[in-house]
Design a binder for this molecule. Sequence first.
Ligand SMILES: Nc1nc2c(c(=O)[nH]1)N[C@H]1C(S)=C(S)[C@@H](COP(=O)(O)O)O[C@H]1N2
Ligand SMILES: [Mo]
Length: 222
Amino acid sequence: MADENDPATPADSKLTRTKQLWAQAGKFLTGRPSRPESDRLPPGQHLVRDWPVLDLGLQPSIDKARWQLDIFGAVEHPVVWDFAQFSAQPQVTQVCDIHCVTTWSRYDNHFEGLPALALAKIVRPKPEASHVVLHSADGYTTNLSMQDFLAEDVLIAHAWEGKPLTSDHGGPVRLVVPRLYFWKSAKWLTRIEFSSHDKPGFWEVRGYHNRGDPWREERYSE
Ligand SMILES: Nc1nc2c(c(=O)[nH]1)N[C@H]1C(S)=C(S)[C@@H](COP(=O)(O)O)O[C@H]1N2
Ligand SMILES: [Mo]
């Protein structure tokens, strides 16, 4: 597995370098005010009908029979689930919009999975747990505050539109964080780390905003 903490890995691909340059240049910033109450589409975004695939240039192929989800760190009750154990946890289906920092948005996605809130009830974060780091099989990481992770619409998802999540979209299991730009929604999820401090992830150390709220157009760090 790639060394996820080294900014030079896992993929020094052309796409990665281009996106880093966009972050440096502030590409796609419109400066327009956002009005989430009345506007469904966040500022600077355009609607797409298909579902684009974005990754670091490598898509790990994960055998569902061998996949495990390791939930560890600042929790009272760490667990390691295989797919059957994960599937036996409380499941919900919900509809949400997704907004990618590269300016596409897609409405009305039906995802099925375990709500992060339900997961937290099982593993019980310790009082000092303030952040969550998502770790993926391709070496990708991304960070969330506990508050953003525990929003009621955050899902650890295994199905989309009633079908198992395909590998290109992060199957067997990915995170879905509808209220933040889609880079926070880690694909090929394998480990969830609860932490007493913030640990910026792959894009966050490459110029992307630490939080990534589309309604505030938090695309890049200053
Ligand atoms: N493991 C992993 N998760 C990831 C990424 C990645 O490269 N690796 N890319 C992120 C980005 S930038 C986006 S926009 C979405 C894309 O998800 P999609 O390919 O299903 O549209 O996944 C996010 N999660
Ligand atoms: Mo993205």
